[in-house]
Design a protein around this ligand. Sequence first.
Ligand code: 13P
Length: 252
Amino acid sequence: MTKRRKLAAGNWKMNGTSAELGEVSALIKAHPAPGCDILLCPPATLLSRMAGQIGDAPIAVGGQDCHAELSGAHTGDISAGMLVDAGASHVILGHSERRSDHDEHDEDVRAKARAALAAGLKVVICVGETLAEREAANTLEIIGGQLAGSIPDLVTGDTLIVAYEPVWAIGTGKVPTTDQIGEVHDFIRLKLEKRLGAGVALSVRILYGGSVKASNAAEIFAVSNVDGALVGGASLKSADFSPIIAALEASG
Ligand code: 13P
C-alpha cells in the first residue's frame, strides 16, 4: 500500500492580523519535528510575515485563492506568482465559500489551478455537497462532477491535494458520520485512479474538512482514505490546532 504522509492544514479564512502571529510561534514550539505535514493558509496580508516567522521550521504556508491570469488589470486579486513571492508553497482553490461568495465554478477553479501549478504551487482543491444535494442523494454525482471539472490534467501525486468539505458541515458543528466520510473519500480515490492512473492517484492526499476539532479528530482520521484535515475555526489558535495535529500523528 502506498504510504501517504498525512497533512494537517489550517485555513484561517478572513481571520487574523499581526496580533495573531503569536499563535504561529506557539505552534512551531509545540511541533518542532512533526510526524505529519503542517500547512497554514492565512489571509494574504499575513503570508510573507508568517513565512518569514516560520523560517526553516517544518510548517508550510499557503494562499486561500489565486487569479487564473499571471498579472494585469484585476483590482483586488492576487496571482499565483505573488503567492510564491510571499513565501507560499500551496494554495487552496475552489473552497465552497469562494464558490458561493464569488460565484466560482469548476472551470474557474481549473483555470486557477493551472496557473498555480505553472507557478510551482501545490493545489488544495476543495469539493463538497450542500445539504439539499445530500438529502436528494446526489452527493457522489456532485463530487464526481466537481472533481472532473476542477482538477486540471497536469497534476501529480505531489502537487494535488483534494479536500472533501461538505458545505453543511463547515462552521456548523455538524459532522458527517464516519461511514459517510469513508464513502466519499473512497469514491474520490476511485475517481482519481480512473482519471490519473493508480500511480498518481494513490499518492494524492485526500483531506476531510468541516467542523474538525480535537474531540472528533481521532475518529475522523481512522476513516479509510482520510489523509488529514483542512481545518477552519479550530486552526486559529495553537491550543485548538495542536491536539488535532497530535491526533493525526497518532493515526499512523
Ligand atoms: P470549519 O473547520 O470552521 O468548519 O471550516 C472548515 C473549512 O471550511 C476549512 O476550509
